[in-house]
Design a protein around this ligand. Sequence first.
Ligand SMILES: [Zn+2]
Length: 146
Amino acid sequence: MQLPKFFSLKEMTTTSQNLPNHPETWEEFSALRDTALLLDALREKFGKGIRVTSGYRSAAVNAAVGGSKTSAHRKGMAADIKPSKNTKKSMLELATLCRKWVSTLSSPVDQVIIYTPTGKDTEDIKWIHIGFSDKPRHQLLFKKSV
Ligand SMILES: [Zn+2]
């Protein structure tokens, strides 16, 4: 079994909420591992550290953070990411890579959501959501960071 190189299970299940946050089914475990393997590929391209601030979300955690019920985080198929060294330049580089990847029709990237203070396409990026799917929609969205 191929195991992710850069992203531990601990990091993929990290949460700011004081609630249990572990996959409950093999499907969720398997999807979360696949997500980490895809993040490995992104990490290789980026050439620098990437930090996951939210990967898998249990129902309790998802409710506590106000996530949508159909959120890809619930299925282990999405992650919110930032560069480990969180500078404006690194963030822009990571966003550029994610934008390229989501627009590549052969990629498994379902959605990239870029969070900015205005919810518009600006260079002031707070974090990036990246979601994967077997039937990717290749959506690029901008949302307001809270
Ligand atoms: Zn997210």
